[in-house]
Design a protein around this ligand. Structure first.
Ligand code: GLY
Ligand code: MN
Ligand code: MN
Length: 439
């Protein structure tokens, strides 16, 4: 385990310190999902559950009971079962859960309906993630109703229900030193994978073959899964923001947009590189590419403690607008175009998002009416793009069907930001050199 037992304990302590007095928090594990008939998807633990336990089995429920004398960390999990374990591998079991995961009490999941109402009873408030899973919402109510049914005998049901997400996700937004190490490692593996795909790329290759190169490098480095489906879009496909079909053949003269990141021990990378299939940018491709690259640099320069969440985006929009005016794709005064967000015809997403255990990670972007102020420990992507739709008749033909995104991952530091994904080349010369030496 790269996150220590004491760090998981610290996270639980921090969360409990943020809860109202006399409350209880209930967090379910992820469930196994069927892929087809009797074949399941590879299990991925729920990020909130993993964040607080490090426990990676399905059919488990974490209960935090601040102030409970017999222990505050209660875990319900599957019992040991030699027959099942012969087929599916070992289970921790309630007996070992205390020793291995630091639970104060652990019970078989099959006993939860009997035990949990007793833990809830007498607490004023129940925290859980509301509305995310209908079956779990109903289960919470069934436990509470068991207590209500006994009110005549003196049982006290909770009076308040509070969404846990806001509180827990505020903690997850700030990454610890150990989390930053994992994110850095995920970034390094991902950068290596992008280099590998660049070196493999040539006219006639299929998009899925570049995907295979990326996945190979991820898996060989211990990251068996990507953090999200790889996007490999050649030519016009680069203008489809979440293109994941990846079936087309790559053509000389086109760009290919590759958005792929690995997941390493539950931590994600999210990196995009765009490069010419034949290793040489055309004049139009290079012109637009330089605009996106400059926009990314301007955005990164606006990331530091005390700056607002919106500032990097506004910087990228400014540079992109100036660039589009210079190239003749937008006409008018830069200030007016910016006010009208004219760039959105070509740059229709924001410059980034939080990154962590989830690729679009948790955490508020606004506090009240204001954009959030950046603080050390926050991790985000910086990913401006330009996409000229193939059927955009408002621009000369030579620009159409060019889709470019450049995406890196950064951590806010005391003085600015640290780029976690630097190993993947992005300067025009660096890309052309790497591709020239590998053909
Ligand atoms: N890979 C999805 C995104 O860049 O947000
Ligand atoms: Mn991405
Ligand atoms: Mn992204």
């Amino acid at each position: 385990m790269s996150i220590s037992k004491s760090e998981y304990a610290r996270r639980r302590r921090n969360l409990m310190a943020m809860l109202e007095p006399d409350s209880i928090a209930i967090i379910p594990s992820a469930r196994l999902q069927m892929r087809s008939r009797d074949t399941e998807y590879l299990f991925r633990q729920d990020s909130d559950f993993h964040y607080l336990t490090g426990f990676d089995e399905p059919e488990a429920v974490l209960v935090l009971t601040p102030g409970r004398r017999q222990g505050q960390f209660v875990l319900f999990c599957r019992e040991r079962n030699p027959q099942q374990e012969l087929w599916h591998g070992p289970r921790v079991g309630p007996e070992a859960a205390c020793e291995r995961f630091g639970a104060d009490d652990a019970f078989p999941i099959g006993d939860i309906d009997e035990i949990l109402p007793g833990l809830i009873e007498g607490r004023d408030r129940v925290y859980y993630s509301m509305g995310r899973r209908g079956d779990f919402d109903r289960q919470i109510m069934s436990w509470v109703n068991r207590i209500r049914a006994q009110e005549a005998s003196g049982a006290v049901p909770p009076g308040e229900f509070t969404d846990l997400d806001h509180t827990l996700h505020e903690l997850r937004l700030f990454k610890s030193a150990a989390e930053l190490r994992l994110l850095r490692q995920a970034g390094e593996i991902t950068a290596r994978a992008h280099r590998r795909a660049m070196q493999f790329c040539q006219p006639g290759a299929f998009e899925y073959q570049l995907e295979a190169e990326l996945l190979h490098e991820f898996a060989m480095s211990g990251a068996r899964q990507p953090a999200y489906p790889c996007i490999v879009g050649g030519g016009d496909n680069g203008c489809v923001l979440h293109y994941i079909e990846n079936q087309a053949r790559l053509r000389s003269g086109d760009l290919v947009l590759v958005d792929a990141g690995c997941e390493l021990q539950h931590y994600a990378a999210d990196v995009t590189r765009t490069y010419p299939v034949n290793g040489e940018f055309t004049a139009e491709q290079a012109a637009l590419y330089e605009v996106v690259l400059a926009a990314q640099e301007a955005a990164m320069n606006a990331i530091a403690p005390g700056r607002h969440w919106d500032e990097p985006h506004l910087e990228s929009a400014r540079v992109i607008t100036e660039g589009l005016v210079e190239l003749g794709l937008l006409k008018g005064r830069v200030s007016t175009l910016l006010r009208n967000e004219a760039y959105r015809e070509f740059y229709m997403h924001r410059v980034g998002h939080w990154l962590g255990m989830d690729v679009h990670d948790v955490g508020d972007y606004r506090v009240g009416e204001q954009w959030r102020v950046l603080e050390p420990g926050m991790v985000m992507t910086v990913e401006p793009g330009l996409y000229v739709a193939p059927d955009n008749t408002r621009v000369p033909k030579r620009w159409r069907g060019i889709g470019i995104r450049i995406e890196d991952n950064v951590a806010v530091t005391e003085t600015g930001c640290e780029v976690l994904t630097e190993g993947a080349p992005k300067a025009v010369d660096d890309i052309q050199n790497l591709m020239a030496t590998s053909a």
